[in-house]
Design a protein around this ligand. Structure first.
Ligand code: SF4
Ligand code: MG
Length: 284
């Protein structure tokens, strides 16, 4: 199935988000998904536009609120493949409390963050992922705040799946998204997705010089949470691959007492028509 649509993205040429879009489209197709079974929910930011570029259901939500919408969708219809996507500002600033609680709640959705360490849509301000000393319009003398470490945060919040990709490696990113989609429970995939217009420090070349990959590292065991934390701290988060996976943890849906296998959206409410009409009239 082709998950591409005819809408031309209006991202700047070279923006890392193009690769994220392509990797998602490939991952859905490779896993044999049908467009009508996939929902992509996004927040606000350049990254938030992604839901309009996919041949699937799309929901462009409000700033930092992609995750509540995505979790609600999944709980109403667990037959759907639900993916939330956004940027570092969206997920790790205004939406951070949703991110933490969605991780610990563990609804079976996939969250893809396009992390460019800056606010792109609003023309270049310091984000929680910007490095100390990073100069923007909002920090002209350089940022004096510490950078948030989202993957360490995810591990301490009880994440069952944590991975990281880089926009230059489409093959690895596609594979990690497939693994995240196959994981039963909440999966977080952070993607270093360079903003070529407003981040002149963390460029493609800078990442190529600093990043290491876990692919092919036989000694690394992604089921070991302590090792995952150690790896992230040692590399200052500049590592790609499957960082941590706990295959034992059950998703939220499976733990709700009496939660039916039949999605709520497909259950017969057995509501007499006159009661239904009365309810609609009440809320009209
Ligand atoms: Fe991408 Fe940055 Fe351009 Fe936004 S401003 S589309 S993040 S390169
Ligand atoms: Mg950003």
């Amino acid at each position: 199935k082709d998950f591409r649509n005819k809408v031309k993205p209006n991202w700047c040429p070279g923006c890392g988000d193009f690769s994220v879009l392509a990797a998602m489209q490939r991952a859905f197709a490779n896993l044999g998904k049908e467009p009508e079974d996939v929902v992509l929910v996004s927040g606000i930011g350049c990254s938030g536009r992604i839901s309009g570029y996919m041949n699937a259901y799309g929901f462009h939500g409000i700033h930092g609120r992609a995750l509540p919408i995505a979790q609600g969708l999944k709980l109403a219809n667990r037959d759907l493949t639900v993916v939330a996507a956004g940027g570092d500002g969206d997920g790790f600033a205004i939406g951070m409390s949703h991110t933490i609680h969605a991780i610990r709640r563990n609804v079976d959705i996939t969250y893809i963050v396009m992390d460019n360490q800056v606010y792109g849509l609003t023309k270049g301000q310091t984000s929680p992922r910007s490095e100390m000393g990073f100069k923007t319009k909002s920090s002209p003398k350089g940022s004096i705040e510490a950078t948030i470490a989202p993957l360490e945060m995810a591990l301490t919040a009880g994440a069952g799946f944590v991975a990281q990709a880089f926009s230059s490696d489409l093959k690895q990113m596609t594979r990690l998204i497939e693994e995240g989609l196959n994981h039963k429970g909440f999966s977080l995939i952070n993607v270093y997705s360079p903003c070529v217009t407003y981040n002149k420090i963390n460029t493609y070349d800078w990442f190529k010089e600093h990043i290491t990959s876990l692919d092919g590292d036989e000694a690394y065991d992604p089921s070991n949470r302590m090792l995952a934390m150690q790896k992230l701290m040692e590399t200052n988060g500049l590592v790609t691959g499957l960082i941590y996976q706990n295959k034992e943890r059950q998703p939220y849906e499976d733990l709700i007492p009496g939660f039916s296998e039949t999605p709520l959206a497909k259950q017969d409410l057995k509501l007499p028509k006159e009661d239904f009409d009365r309810l609609v009239a009440e809320f009209a």
